[in-house]
Design a protein around this ligand. Sequence first.
Ligand code: KMH
Ligand code: ZN
Length: 310
Amino acid sequence: MKNKKVIISCAITGAIHTPTMSSALPYTSNDIAQQAIAAAEAGAAIIHLHARHPETGEVSVDPEHFMRFLPRIKQSTDAVVNITTGGSLKTSIEDRIEPARRTSTEMCSMNMGSMNFSFHPLADRYKKYKFDWEEDYIRKSENYVFKNSFADIAKVAEELGGKHHVKFEHECYDVGHLYNLKFCVEQGMFKAPLFIQFVLGILGGIGSEIENLIFMKQTADRLFGDGYEWSVLGAGSAQMKLAPIAAEMGGNVRVGLEDSLYIDRGQLAASNAEQVLKIRGLLEARGFEIATPEETREKLNLKGYDQVSF
Ligand code: KMH
Ligand code: ZN
């Protein structure tokens, strides 16, 4: 066995994919809860969650929608819940942080810079959509600027980190975002151990070539020394390609239908748990052990499940 235990995060539904793209993508509260629990049972120590409107599958930042599945997940697993502050294409930073604030979650996402964030090329793949909102939502992402200014970051840090002791998953979609994070650390916004997610392969961010992962890692080493843990999220087909490489480089991994709908080339995944089991198998075959939620809490210095309000 290798020394380091690998933390598997699983991102259950996200804000990019829509119900037409895969019948496995969960959007009812029941499906989100069930898939989250199954992903945790399969070995995910961290469950990253967005909410959806339970009838239409539209992305929702309504805390009530989160509260329909969070207590069930907490009752059934001890996995760390990580709530998005990314929101959807239409929402303000105040609305985006509300679910994590109301639930005082252990972890939440923290997007480390403003950028184009687009998935409009997906629209031409589908002739008929299940719901009216989907095509327009996907096409409008061509004009979407994902705003995460320094003032926005400071607000999230103060509201969630300062007042609620929420630990951040710092989403870095490009090398410049690491320098944004360094600046914020110097301003006193965040403390070690940082948890950095290198996000590769989003249209608007850095590409998913292995050279880019190495460059991100080298840059983060230079900026943060041993004061950080890191993980890799490869979008689409980069998901299963980059995850084992990340583990070999000393990192952790994120899978889930938020980031890729596939289990293999051209083959849709049946569930989030299927992706977790696949990456777990790939890692164990390479001699890695998988971190439990408790080991993850300790490594990332989390406040604990008894401190959340759901
Ligand atoms: N959708 C991923 C590329 C967030 O939720 O704040 C990044 C993400 C952002 O998970
Ligand atoms: Zn997300």
